[in-house]
Structure formats: C-alpha cells, structure tokens
Design a protein around this ligand. Structure first.
Ligand SMILES: Cc1cc2nc3c(=O)[nH]c(=O)nc-3n(C[C@H](O)[C@H](O)[C@H](O)COP(=O)(O)O)c2cc1C
Length: 400
C-alpha cells in the first residue's frame, strides 16, 4: 500500500502518497524526512478529484481512486497547480475516465498542452470567483498567481468551509500515520514546513502575502494542502504561521554561516558566536556552508532576525559555497533582517569586498557597521573587532 486513504468528512477523502525514495525535491532540496503528495476526492452527486500525485506513485493512487469511487465514474478533475508532483497522473486519470471534465483556469489549459501534450478534451475554464456545483458541495475558485506558479489557484468549499490550498500551507516530510493537525506535534513538522516555504515559495513572498490576505478573509474549518498535513482542528495556526513566513516576521537570534578551508574563518565564527552569547543573544546558530545544505541555512535565516556571513578568500573571490548562499539570499529577497559580514584572506583579498558589495546592493535589511577582515589568523585587533561587531548586532536586534 502506498496510498493512504482516509475519509475526512462524509464523501470527502484524503488520498495521499508518501515518497521516501526521492532524495532531492525538485532535484535540489534534500528530503531526509521524505515528502507527501496529497490528492482529495469528493463523491457528491458529481464526483471530483482534486489534483493528483507524482507519476512514480501512480499504481497505488489509481487503486485508491477506484476504491473510493466504488464503481462510479469520475466527473471532474480539478487542477489547482500544474507542477508535476501534482499533475503527474492527469494523463492516466484521463485515459481511465475519458469523459472526465478537467477544471482549470486559462493558464492551466495552455500549460496542460505544453507539459502533457494531450488532447485536452472536456475542459471547464474557470475565472477567479467562479463556482463549480457538485450537488451538496460547491467549489469556488480563487486565483493565487505566482504562489508559486502562474496558474496556481485554490478552491473553497462553502458547505463545510474547506480550503483546498494546493502548495500553500504545505511542508516537507512524509506523513507517518498522522494525517491531521490534532494527531501530531506542531513542532515536529514546523522546521520542515519553514524549510519548504523559504526555499520553494520564499521568492514569491509578496504574492504569497496577497494570497494569504484573500485566504484570511474566508471562514475556514479545514485546510487541505497538497503537501503535509490536513488542518481540521486549528487551521488558523497554519494560516498565521504562513503569514509570518510571507512577511519575514522573525525572532531574536543570529545565524552565522561561514566558509572556511583551514579554520581561520571558522575560528572567527566561533569567537563571534561566543561574543553574541555574552551580549545576551540566546539563539545563535553556526553553520559551515560546506557541510549544511543551503536550504537548511535559509530556513534558519527565515526564523531569526540576525544573519552574519563569513568567508575566506578563494581565487580573489568569496568562497564558492558562500557564493551559493549569497545567491540564495538574493533570489529569495532577504528582507527584515540585520546583516553582518566578516572574512579572511592571505594576500590581496577579495571575499570581504564581495560580501560588502552584497551588503551594499541592499535589500530591506540593516547592516552592522563593523566589518572584520583578518589576514591569515586572527590577531588581538581582530578579536576586538569581532567583539564590537557582536555588540552592534545585539544592539540592533534588541532595539526592535
Ligand atoms: C586554494 C586557495 C586559494 C586562495 N586564494 C586566495 C586569493 O585569491 N586571495 C587571497 O588573498 N587569499 C587567498 N587564499 C588564502 C586564504 O584566503 C587565507 O589563507 C585564509 O585565511 C583562509 O581561511 P580559512 O583558514 O578559513 O580557510 C587562498 C587559499 C587557498 C587554500
């Protein structure tokens, strides 16, 4: 069995699959805890399947779909999002139920031709605010463009007040028996949820904030996302958490991320961490960029207000793995943070110069005035400089 099927309410089924084989989501993001792809089925006067799953899980998924339909035909297939982890089985479903009417918006339709290369057949094109009547239940569609694809939309079922939210409110992590929010520890999922948001949706936070405003205005009893758990007891909790992420609302604490080959820069990071602790900063996390995947570092940066980046000089430049972090921060539009920089060099330097360029190119963050750049190993002056940096960082964090 690779499809877990659970009746959420009468005639509404959760049909999710756990993926523990894929090492890298989007072939980039490590999945040590796996990931779930969720699909939902409504068996009303009309039957409607809401999204599908990744093609690698098609067999169990189709078995479960047939079981839950109990011999009935499938009337509608609603496509909220065309990313292949949710649209992967559209072709198979269409082959099995050739009369099915696919429901999507204008962009969904053209993407379906582009990605699936199929004759689309019966298709209902919906606009923002349009409703699909299934009998007892009615779905109203709300466009959520660029959260995180152009065609992304959600639907709201008004009878039972259910939001089918596609990727919004999703998270990494397979569902280990727990499907609903009241069956699990929030903290257990929180880190993987924030890592999912910051890396997958982070760049589109402005659009996400807009979409969340629309969602917040709805009266919601249950949220059914396409990854992660179903929120039936405290949906506000995940809405508020996502609003925090979208606005980069963070807490007091500092992430120090450094790149070091022979330990000089690493030593500076450790001294800084100690000085920050002496300044009363209780949450200090230090990461070696060569060891920890950038997705985890970004996720921690999303959580804490302070970020300090250190790099040794490598071929006149910043260390390549630090460069990857800078690229990631630029792409995801680091916002509402306090930034510090430091580094080391052996002869003509280069790393701190590039870090300074990153800081001055700007973003909506404050920069700690003191910058420490050591030649080789740290000297007395450098230690004093790091102390000053820590004091300034703590002052800026506590001034909030
Ligand atoms: C492969 C390599 C390339 C380097 N390239 C430069 C360089 O282009 N410019 C420079 O000033 N120092 C360069 N250095 C010197 C290092 O930046 C310097 O030794 C620094 O203190 C190393 O920090 P770490 O101990 O944290 O790795 C290089 C060192 C190595 C090993």
């Amino acid at each position: 069995m690779n499809t877990v099927s659970v009746e959420i309410l009468k005639d509404l089924y959760y049909m999710g699959v756990n993926d523990r084989e894929t090492n890298l989501f989007e072939n980039m993001w490590p999945l040590p805890e796996g990931v779930a792809y969720n699909s939902y089925l409504i068996t009303d006067e009309k039957t409607a399947l809401l999204d599908t799953v990744k093609i690698t899980k098609v067999d169990g998924f189709i078995d479960s779909l047939k079981d839950n339909l109990g011999g009935r035909n499938l009337d509608y297939l609603v496509v909220h999002h065309m990313e292949p982890d949710h649209s992967g089985c559209i072709k198979t479903v269409r082959d099995l139920y050739p009369e099915v009417t696919i429901v999507g918006n204008k962009k969904t339709k053209s993407m379906m031709s582009d990605y699936l290369d199929i004759e689309i057949g019966n298709f209902v094109e919906v606009k923002d605010g349009d409703t699909l009547d299934l009998g007892n239940r009615k779905l109203t569609f709300v466009n959520t463009p660029m959260v995180h694809w152009p065609e992304s939309m959600v639907s709201y079922e008004s009878t039972d007040k259910i939001l089918f939210s596609q990727d919004i409110f999703g998270g990494f992590g397979a569902l280990n028996g727990t499907i609903f929010d009241d069956e699990m520890n929030f903290e257990f999922f929180q880190d993987e949820m924030r890592r999912y948001y910051s890396n997958i949706v982070g760049k589109y936070s402005k659009q996400a904030a807009k979409a969340l405003q629309k969602v917040k205005a709805l009266d919601i009893n249950i949220i059914c996302p396409v990854h992660g758990i179903v929120w039936r007891t405290n949906p506000d909790r995940i809405v508020d958490e996502y609003i925090k992420y979208a606005n980069q609302v963070n807490e007091e604490g500092v992430v120090i991320a450094y790149g070091s080959m022979y330990g000089n820069t690493e030593k500076m990071a450790d001294y800084l961490a100690r000085f920050l602790a002496e300044e009363g900063i209780k949450n200090v996390k230090v990461f070696d960029v060569s060891k920890t995947h950038v997705s985890y570092i970004l996720s921690e940066i999303w959580k804490y207000k302070g970020v300090i980046i250190g790099s040794c000089t490598y071929n006149n430049s910043v260390y390549p793995n630090v460069n990857q972090l800078l690229y990631t921060l630029k792409m995801n539009k680091l916002n509402n943070h306090v930034l510090g920089i430091f580094g080391s060099y052996g002869w003509s330097g280069g790393a701190v110069k590039e870090l300074s360029e990153f800081a001055s190119e700007g973003g909506n963050f404050e920069v700690v005035p003191t910058v420490v750049e050591t030649k080789g190993t740290m000297k007395e002056d450098d230690v004093e400089g790091l102390k000053k940096m820590a004091k300034e960082m703590a002052g800026l964090l506590k001034a909030e």
